[in-house]
Design a protein around this ligand. Structure first.
Ligand code: SAM
Length: 243
């Protein structure tokens, strides 16, 4: 683990942002990314937040990857003021970089581990993010409560479970018409078959499977965009397989 506070050379990555996402962070966003990196490295001294602390890897696997998932919205000026939930946010990914670049979105960072969220509360305050809040609990329990059920426009979920598990966690939080983005590595036809049958009972459908490779290590990724088309059928149990 890298315990030193080395800033990633973020300005040097401007060209790469432009080439890959047709977007560049503002100088304010760059400063916030740098502070985010520093705070995560500091937090890692007390908590096991992330193994990814080498500067270039942090840029690629945390900053770039988080924003690649919402590339269809990046830099768009006339976006609706989305209510967003990042389920199983851990050290704040993908939710924190997204809260930085989308100040009009209200981002809820949900995790079952209170101590990670205590860290994120202080990170939110240091980054002066007025549009981010934390929520402690298990996704499958909170999504049954009326104040969280079917109230979000966008649900994000990275590295929490299989596609079926992620869909079953995310869809109940969404309004009808809302979008879930599942951040995946590899993607197989077998997973697609399982997911389609689960989505049937959750009132959702696969809108887009977005394959890409990361710009530095050329790792394979897929973002699955799931649209909620109807209220899910309560009482119908979704079988959750582990990862
Ligand atoms: N999304 C982050 C990322 O990609 O860096 C963190 C991924 S980490 C592997 C998985 C996180 O999901 C952990 O912080 C864990 O506490 C949280 N988690 C797992 N199951 C959960 C559940 N049912 N409800 C809420 N959080 C959950």
């Amino acid at each position: 683990m890298n315990n030193s506070i080395e800033m990633p050379q973020l300005p040097e990555m401007l060209e790469l942002w432009q080439q890959t996402l047709n977007w560049q962070p503002s100088s304010k966003e760059l400063s916030q990314f740098q502070l985010l990196y520093e705070l995560i490295c500091q937090g890692n001294r007390q908590l096991n937040l992330t193994r990814i602390t080498e500067p270039t890897e942090f840029w690629e696997k945390h900053l770039w990857d988080s924003l690649r998932g919402i590339s269809r919205f990046l830099g768009k000026t006339e976006l609706p003021d989305f209510k967003v939930i990042d389920i199983g946010t851990g050290a704040g990914f993908p939710g924190v970089p997204i809260a930085i670049t989308q100040p009009n979105w209200q981002v809820t960072l949900l995790d079952s581990t209170r101590k990670k969220l205590t860290f994120l509360d202080s990170l939110i305050s240091e980054l002066e993010l007025k549009n981010a809040t934390t929520l402690t609990g298990r996704a499958e329990e909170l999504s049954k409560q009326f104040q969280y059920r079917e109230v979000y426009d966008l649900a994000l979920i990275r590295a929490v479970g299989s596609p079926v598990v992620c869909a079953a966690y995310a869809l109940p939080f969404l309004k009808v018409g809302g979008l879930a983005i599942l951040y995946r590595g590899n993607w197989t036809e077998e997973e697609a078959v399982d997911l389609r049958s689960t989505l049937n009972s959750l009132g959702g459908a696969i809108e887009l499977i977005d394959p890409f490779t990361t710009p530095i290590s050329n790792s394979i990724r897929h973002c699955l965009h799931l649209r909620k088309l109807a209220v899910d059928k309560p009482g119908k149990k979704v079988k959750l397989k582990s990862k």
